[in-house]
Design a protein around this ligand. Structure first.
Ligand code: GLU
Length: 303
């Protein structure tokens, strides 16, 4: 067995745990256990304006009620600001990060090139210095324009040209908050994560995180991007699409539903079994190879 496997689940406390995030938790947990590896929980409470009071505690309580067992203490990103500042400073000193004065409107006025995951690809306006009389609002990372590719364990080869597909991206926002891409790369390295198993809604972010790992001299983990649950309209199940919170009473049923969503042949009778029995079944019968190799699966029932 692989002693060096370390995985993680990294929820954002922007609302209660719902079925979409449960799928990521179950997939990352069982992959870690199948490798006799460790599994950590990291609370991504860095985007303070989006944090919902009590959501982090609620997520941890739900994970516990659902029978997840994490190794070691939860890492709270709100406690890690000094580490993010240090990583940003390293990138600044290396000339890889630069100050950017552009407002959203100025970017919209200067380009029509869409970014791969929404918004606009940054056209590089401040790349060679701030325009006269302007001050840096945000910090961006200079990207390369060669193809950046990785082999996803589920989705196969994924490639981007960061300059065309994203542009130099934000590390520290105009409101002073560190961006998800930076904090994820810094903490995956800090925690010694070998394997990232998460929803395919983050697939387009991965090349940016790999680019950051290269700029900071970090090792590149393996990736597996699970299909995400979507509704009949094709929207990802999320707090924004009002996915219902997971009820503690229906732990076994929801876990079985998550297992079935991930292609596992969990029998329906298990829905009424004690949670420990569901986990015993899952740990014995988990087959990574059975996970659908697609980015999204429409949920046909809600219960
Ligand atoms: N916090 C992110 C989310 O809830 C996940 C980050 C990650 O797994 O890298 O979507």
């Amino acid at each position: 067995m692989n002693k060096c496997y370390r995985g993680r689940f990294a929820p954002s406390p922007t609302g209660p745990l719902h079925f979409g995030s449960l799928v990521a938790a179950v997939g990352s947990y069982l992959d870690a256990r199948a490798h006799a590896g460790e599994w950590l929980v990291r609370m991504e409470d860095i985007d303070t304006p989006r944090n919902v009071p009590g959501a982090a505690e609620g997520i941890l309580a739900t994970l516990e009620a659902y029978g997840f067992e994490w190794d070691g203490p939860v890492l709270w990103q709100s406690q890690r600001l000094a580490a993010y500042a240090e990583a940003l400073a390293r990138l600044q000193v290396a000339g890889l990060a630069y100050g950017c004065a552009c407002s959203r409107k100025e970017i919209a006025d200067s380009t029509t090139r869409p970014a791969i995951d929404g918004g606009l690809a940054y056209p590089g306006t401040c790349r060679s210095g701030l325009p006269a009389g302007r001050q840096a609002r945000a910090w961006r990372l200079r990207v390369g324009n060669e193809e950046l590719a990785f082999e996803d364990r589920l989705q196969g080869r994924v490639a981007q040209h960061l300059e065309q597909d994203v542009g130099d991206f934000v590390l520290c926002r105009a409101d002073g908050l560190f961006a998800y891409q930076l904090v994820a790369a810094v903490d995956d390295h800090f925690l010694g994560i070998s394997d990232i198993v998460r929803g395919a809604d983050l697939l387009a972010s991965t090349p940016r995180q790999i680019w950051l790992q290269r700029c900071l001299g970090f090792a590149e983990p393996r990736y597996a991007h699970l299909p995400v649950a979507s509704n009949a309209a094709g929207e990802k199940l999320s707090k924004q699409t009002l996915a219902p919170p997971l009820a503690v009473e229906s732990a076994a049923a929801e876990l079985v539903r998550a297992l079935q969503f991930l292609g596992q042949a969990a029998p329906d009778e298990l829905r009424r079994a004690p949670v420990a029995e569901v986990w015993a079944w899952a740990r014995e019968r988990w087959r990574f190879a059975a996970i659908p190799r697609v980015t999204s699966v429409v949920l046909t029932t809600s219960g």
